[in-house]
Design a protein around this ligand. Sequence first.
Ligand code: XMP
Length: 513
Amino acid sequence: GVVIIDFGSQYSHLISRRARELKVYSEVVTASSTWERVTERILPKGVILSGGPASVYEQGAPLIPGWVFEQQLPVLGICYGMQALVHQMGGIVAPGDKREYGSAILRQNAIEGAEGDLFAGLPSDIQVWMSHGDRVDSLPPGFASVACSDNSPYAAISNGEALFGLQFHPEVEHTPLGQEILENFLYRVCYCRGTWTPKSFVSDSIHRIRNQIGDGRAICALSGGVDSSVAAVLLHQAIGDKLTCIFVNNGLLRKGEAEQVQDTFRQNLGLNLLYVDASERFITRLAGVTDPEVKRKAIGEEFIRVFEESAIELSDTQFLVQGTLYPDVIESETPDNRASARIKTHHNVGGLPEHMDLDLVEPLRYLYKDEVREVGMELGLPREIVMRQPFPGPGLAIRIIGEVTEERLEILRECDWIVLDEITRAGLYEEIWQSFAVLSDSRTVGVMGDFRTYGYVCAIRAVSSSDAMTADWVRLPYDVLGRISTRIVNEVPGVNRVVYDITSKPPGTIEWE
Ligand code: XMP
């Protein structure tokens, strides 16, 4: 595999994903990671240095760790990564007069097309994406310019062996042939082989899980979402009946969901499933609560209590399975880098019951969301589960503005069902990140037949996104919106007006609370 050193670029994970698309396993580490730490997980055949916001000549700028040079690994420095390489190997990096941002044409210099060339098989002029302020003024000893652009004589550099620098970003879409460059680096320079696939991941994981758990027993909080489902099925394949899944019905689920999850996992997939109907407890606990964060906290606490009580019967259990994904890991490991303001506290189902003293099993800890889906398909999960849109742990509670009552939950459930049904019929379900209904606390006047109505406003939200960090509202066809509106007003008593939310994130968030 290959290691990506994260200098703080927004693209670090993108580089990692690109490598994995080429079936080369990749991990993102910080510049302060030691060689020992890195090799606990991966024996890298090469290193990619990400871009980053710093300037190498500034105090405290992150540097390439010594092990990169000591291990004599091939290196590809991108943007800041290239500047760090130049700086640390004796060249000069200086502040540019102006930022270079946007598309540029890269022209290869006519130098010997050595084997292992980064640009092998590419045309001599290609379009690339530049985004940098600083520039390389003079190269370190032994380096030469491989390609230039109008603004950069050193748009691509090499020491003729296995150290490369690129001033542009090969990982972004705006560099159309960027993936070929990364492929050349991984396959021709690092001699990586494309062996990392969902299949190999599954067999490696089963092996690892068996090693970790031995004869022990594990429990898993199953929500029916993609991550916990894939984690549970992977564990089941590894340890069979020594896994028990606990599925808590918090009363905040969508129509038919509790039955569907039980059918799928117990009947179809043969998992050991403990179903706990705690809906009344949750609804009671939420009485009178209107503040979104108080709702979240109440639901989170109640969940842990229910989970612990249910798990008491399984006293010979030593392990807790969680569907943690890679981006969560990175964010929690480098709090200094991403000290972003807390907008919402995302309590996930499976939030840690601390005093249960269980060891964690996190089989998806190094996967991205789309990879989890591929692994799910590999494991034979039904497509409805694998392609499921994300659903928040606090469920419908954060889609009911104001107090959550049994009556309002019932109203929202019906609206939500109609949205899902129409979106699915229109063939749009899988291409939309999330689509759902929100029940506002506003009531408006309407007319039905000869009668005045006074009912709730229901909002429809549909967004596209790749990671929920940013999102855009989906341009749903008018006729789909029309059908949703007509059906909701006709079929759901209590709602007499439907509106469509056309706010992106930022400045909006995906959920209304
Ligand atoms: P926002 O609303 O912050 O949502 O744009 C981003 C993503 O997170 C989901 N979400 C939650 N998930 N517990 C969860 O498990 C929560 O409290 C929570 N709040 C939001 C939301 O559905 C979207 O996918």
